[in-house]
Structure formats: structure tokens, C-alpha cells
Design a protein around this ligand. Structure first.
Ligand code: NAI
Ligand code: MG
Length: 372
């Protein structure tokens, strides 16, 4: 029996292209794994009314880790139109399979490395090397939202908050409320994960990203908890910054940052900024990580216009596989894989279109495998 069971979820569009290239590399590494295909994506919404079928959830629950490509998603109303006509009007509502995977498996960490590999023509500048820990389960993504606003809620808010005065007499369908919910436990575990990572990978500092000067209750809680957690890590510095200033500092003084930790929304926004610093969508990889389960993915979507053309850059997906190896405890293989990626980038002979080259997705996979 293989040492690991890996759920293999290509999903839609270029998800399959990049995972095919990733498989070439993992095979070359001779990872002792059984790869088990899982159904996910648009096709399953259209056919079955569920983009993340129960059988796939079960697969995720019995495997050691998952590699996920990308999915196509559409707004609820547009999705309804493409659903199997026999199923329309029967209460099926399109829900994002990624968000559901995070919730169902309690994948509370979204880890996004941000590293400028020397020689990548798309680097914003050289020497960038930090990681972002984005909280993945709560904050403004908690889904506690009202539009139109229920009258009871409006009355309670009018009673409890002076700041609600400008809104309290508005017609209920003329405003909307999205609740930012941050818990002490949810904040603590992501902040702790960031400090643990800093310790394990010998990073000198954790930077807490927030907007506590304005969003006092929730971000204030996040920052207070960070200060508490930091006490247990005297070997690691902690500093903090407002999210807006952070965007500026990340461009200006990138080398000052090592590990960032942020609530969900700020983490989401900063992560995309960070991906662009080091080459954009072809390089952005991420791990959705919980206590027992983890799903690794390139951060890009299904890019339908390139689907099946084997044209896009698989490096994001291959670096996601490197993160998976690290998470499985296969540190040597992870290091070897990263060294091969770095070598191919530095050499500059094999480049996909986004890097200004003409190599295919599979050529890139083969070139990286050949360096192993
Ligand atoms: P996208 O990320 O799929 O692609 C945008 C553009 O970026 C592409 O047209 C292409 O020019 C470039 N690109 C993306 N990946 C690349 C790669 N590996 N190498 C080189 N260039 C690459 O975003 P878009 O077009 O906004 O969304 C397409 C679909 O993907 C939508 O249905 C969207 O909802 C979904 N999506 C899924 C995500 C996921 O599965 N995690 C994340 C983002 C979007
Ligand atoms: Mg995003």
C-alpha cells in the first residue's frame, strides 16, 4: 500500500492542464502515493446540482492531502440557468466548492508564499521572500449578511449603537449589512500558526495586518490576541500595520517582511497583491490547511479561454505541490522540487507565454522534472 493517499481534483478548464504537468513532477520525485481522482466543478453543478458532490467530500475526508486545480464558478442566477432543466426550480443553489471545502474540513489557514525566484522576468523586484497567513473561516466571509435589512435588526442596532443614527430611518431595502465576525479562538489559531511557522522556518518576524484604528471591535480583538500570543515566542519579533499602509510598505520595503498574518478579507486582498509582486497568477500558490486535512492549489481560476490548450504556466500548481510535500513531512522532496523550479526559472530556456516564452504547460513540467 502506498504511504500517502492524495485526492486529485483537477476541476475545470486549465485546472486539468496544470495538474497534468504537476503529476509529471511528482512522478519523477517518486513520491510513494496513490492519487485518487475526485469530481469537482462546473460540470457537476450542471449535471447533479452540486459542484462538490458528497462522494468528493468523502474522498477528502479519507485522504492525507489534496491537490486541487481550479473551478469555473458563476453567480447564483447565471448558475441556475445552466443547471440540468429537470432539476431547475427545485431549490438547488450554486455554492462555491472552495469555500465549502474550507468550511467542511475546517481549513482555517490559507498560506500563501510570496517568493521572487531569481531570473523570473515577471518579478516586481528581486529578493522578495515572505509568506502570508490568511484566516480562512470567519471575518467578513462569515456569510452573516442582510439585504434588505430585517426591521428587527434595524431596531436593535438603533437601540444599541449611536453610530447607527444616520442609517436608522432609511427604507430597509435601501441599505445592506454584512457582519464582520472574528472570534478569539479563530484569531488565536491563525496567529499561533503564523508564529509556529516563523519558528520552524527561522523567520525573524511576524507582522500582524489589521485596521484596528477604525475597525475597533473585531480588528482590535485580533491585534490584542496577537500581542498575547507573541509573548510565547520571545525568539520572534512581532510588529503590526494597518492594511492600507501595508499595501504601500509591501511595494516599498518588501525585504522588511517575513511572515504576515491577517484576518480573512485583508489577507485575501494582500495575497493577490503579493502574487503580482512575484510573477502573477502563473506563480501564486496556496495551501488551505487545517489540523488534519489540507488542500493545495494554484490561486488562479480555470481561465476558460486557455482550457485544454496546455499553454498556461504550471509553476503555481507545481509550487502548490511543493507545499503539499512540506505539509506531508517530505521536506527533502519539497526542497529538491523547489530547487528544480528555481533552476528552470533561472536558466530561462523554458518559459510559458506569461513569461514571454512559447513553451507549453507540459514542457515546463518536464523541464522541472528533468532537473530533479
Ligand atoms: P483566471 O485566474 O481563471 O484567469 C485570468 C487570466 O489570467 C487568464 O485569462 C490568463 O490570461 C491568466 N492566467 C490565469 N492562470 C494562469 C496561468 N497558470 N498561467 C498563465 N496565465 C494565467 O480568472 P478569471 O478569468 O477571472 O476567472 C475564470 C473562472 O475561474 C471564473 O469562473 C472564476 O469564477 C473562476 N475562478 C476560480 C478560482 C479557483 O478555482 N480557485 C479562482 C479565481 C477564479
Ligand atoms: Mg482572491
Amino acid at each position: 500500500m502506498a504511504k500517502y493517499k492524495i485526492a486529485w481534483l483537477p476541476g475545470d478548464g486549465i485546472g486539468k492542464d496544470v495538474l497534468d504537468a504537476t503529476k509529471i513532477v511528482l512522478d519523477q520525485l517518486q513520491l510513494d502515493a496513490e492519487y485518487i481522482h475526485g469530481d469537482i466543478g462546473w460540470e457537476f453543478w450542471c449535471k447533479e446540482g452540486d459542484a462538490l458532490p458528497v462522494r468528493t467530500i468523502e474522498l477528502l475526508q479519507k485522504t492525507d492531502a489534496a491537490m486541487f486545480g481550479a473551478i469555473t464558478s458563476k453567480p447564483v442566477k447565471a448558475a441556475e440557468k445552466e443547471l440540468n432543466p429537470a432539476m431547475q426550480g427545485k431549490g438547488y443553489v450554486y455554492r462555491s466548492p472552495i469555500v465549502r471545502m474550507r468550511q467542511l474540513l475546517d481549513l482555517y489557514i490559507c498560506l500563501r508564499p510570496c517568493k521572487a525566484y531569481p531570473g523570473n522576468p515577471l518579478n516586481y523586484k528581486e529578493g522578495i521572500d515572505f509568506v502570508v497567513f490568511r484566516e480562512n473561516t470567519e471575518d467578513l466571509y462569515a456569510g452573516v449578511e442582510f439585504g434588505p435589512v430585517p426591521a428587527e435588526l434595524s431596531q436593535v442596532l438603533a437601540k444599541l449603537s449611536k453610530n447607527f443614527d444616520p442609517f436608522k430611518d432609511l427604507p430597509l431595502d435601501k441599505y445592506a449589512i454584512s457582519c464582520k465576525v472574528n472570534t478569539a479562538a479563530g484569531s488565536e489559531r491563525i496567529i499561533r500558526a503564523a508564529f509556529e511557522y516563523a519558528r520552524k522556518f527561522k523567520r525573524p518576524k511576524v507582522t500582524v495586518v489589521h485596521k484596528a484604528n477604525v475597525v475597533r471591535a473585531t480588528d482590535g480583538l485580533f491585534l490584542d490576541i496577537a500581542k498575547e500570543v507573541a509573548k510565547a515566542y520571545p525568539d520572534i519579533q512581532m510588529d503590526d500595520a494597518n492594511v492600507d499602509a501595508m499595501c504601500m510598505w509591501l511595494l516599498k520595503s518588501t525585504a522588511n517582511y517575513h511572515v504576515l498574518v491577517a484576518p480573512n478579507l485583508y489577507g485575501d486582498i494582500i495575497s493577490d497583491l503579493c502574487a503580482q509582486l512575484v510573477g502573477g497568477l502563473g506563480f501564486g500558490c496556496s495551501g488551505n490547511i487545517g489540523v488534519k486535512r489540507a488542500v493545495f492549489e494554484p490561486t488562479h481560476g480555470s481561465a476558460p479561454k486557455y482550457a485544454g490548450m496546455y499553454k498556461v504556466n504550471p509553476i503555481a500548481s507545481i509550487l502548490a505541490a511543493k507545499m503539499m510535500l512540506e505539509w506531508l513531512g517530505e521536506a527533502e522532496k519539497a526542497t529538491a522540487l523547489e530547487a528544480s523550479v528555481a533552476a528552470v526559472i533561472k536558466e530561462g530556456k523554458v518559459r510559458t507565454y506569461d513569461m514571454g516564452g512559447i513553451s507549453s504547460t507540459l514542457d515546463m513540467g518536464k523541464a522541472i522534472a528533468a532537473k530533479l
